[in-house]
Ligand binder design. Structure first.
Ligand code: ISE
Length: 335
């Protein structure tokens, strides 16, 4: 029987997941859409046959037709959904970030531990992207020697009204922060942020772009060009520098055409297409694991580690200094 999922938040990502679960995911369906904006909620629920739109998560919990929860609200509202979902003992896929700061992430970890069972997977979908998995394999098998450094570019065409300076770290670089630890298997110990010349096309309140330096405990240095108003498209690339070679992931031009003395290729304009396969794989594996009563992806502990690095990153944005990351010891529950 289908896993009945409540999707909380019907914005860009929520609607995309409702469509994905309905059209492509096997063994799951959306039973409830929770969205305070009634028109948006109704439009999203219409994507999934049989789904009802509700305005609050409390109402959804009373119905008893939910087996799992997919949290796709903006990051600042995650905790208010996670705590009641955990109290109800429901398995959860929480879009990134887990929460926007380590103190609130620790509250979520406490609540999960109180229930005695791991229920949360965090939506760091890059871990399900084929090229990232291949790069991880190359780092692990040592065929190119040891990894020394990585150069990352993370570019978005534009940002919306609600996007703030600290979100450059907590909403965007958050992906590199998770994936660097996934790739290197070493925690990030320090973060530094520099500012290139400001893009005048960015909203007035943003210091965009930024250049972020992430240092792992194992001594690998990662630079991230985070650029959220680059206009031309959506691009995520990584060049990994090894002792005996270099590897690059994230070239997505697809069909390339040479004509009239020019080269034509295609570029993505949104993460929804750039990472479509990774999202599909993430949700399918989450559904399969949930039915077995397991988690098969980044946990709440991974979410906390990222939140701790983001805190150092936001501080580094303000101070311009190298900021060290502070972590609490890992509870045995997360071993
Ligand atoms: C957005 O929320 C995402 O998660 C995208 O992957 C990222 O590229 C973008 O910068 C974020 O705002």
């Amino acid at each position: 029987t289908d896993l009945r999922i409540a999707v909380v938040g019907a914005g860009q990502m929520g609607a995309d997941h409702i469509n994905r679960i309905t059209e492509r995911i096997v063994g799951a369906s959306v039973s409830v859409v929770v969205e305070p904006d009634a028109a948006r909620g109704a439009a999203a629920a219409a994507l999934a046959p049989g789904a009802v739109a509700l305005s609050s998560f409390a109402e959804a919990l009373e119905r008893g037709d939910i087996d799992a929860v997919l949290v796709a609200t903006p990051g600042q509202f995650h905790e208010t959904v996670l705590l009641p979902a955990l109290a109800a003992g429901l398995p959860i896929l929480c879009e990134k970030p887990l929460t926007q700061d380590p103190v609130s992430s620790l509250r979520v970890l406490e609540a999960e531990q109180a229930g005695g069972k791991k229920l949360i997977q965090v939506g760091f979908m890059r871990r399900f992207d084929r090229e990232y998995m291949q790069l991880r394999e190359l780092i692990e098998n040592g065929n190119a020697g040891a990894l020394l450094a990585m150069h990352c570019a993370h570019r978005n065409p534009t940002t919306g009204e609600g996007y703030t300076d600290s979100m450059l770290i907590t909403d965007s670089v958050v992906h590199e922060i998770d994936v660097v630890r996934y790739l290197t298997d070493s925690p990030i110990v320090a973060v530094e942020v520099k500012r290139p010349k400001r893009n005048s096309l960015a909203p007035s309140w943003l210091n965009d772009p930024i250049l972020v330096l992430l240092e792992t405990e194992s001594g690998i240095l990662v630079d991230v060009e985070m650029n959220v108003n680059i206009q031309f498209g959506y691009q995520v690339k990584t060049e990994a520098v090894f002792e005996k070679g270099v590897a690059e992931i994230g070239r997505t031009a697809g069909l390339t055409r040479w004509q009239d003395g020019r080269i034509f290729g295609e570029e993505h304009t949104t993460f929804k297409t750039r990472f479509a396969d990774a999202y599909d794989a993430q949700i399918q594996r989450w559904v399969n694991a949930t039915k077995r009563g397991e988690i098969d992806g980044p946990s709440a502990w991974d979410g906390y580690l990222v939140a701790a690095s983001c805190e150092a990153g936001v501080k580094a944005q303000q101070t311009g200094e190298r900021e060290e990351v502070v972590y609490v010891p890992r509870p045995a529950f997360y071993n």
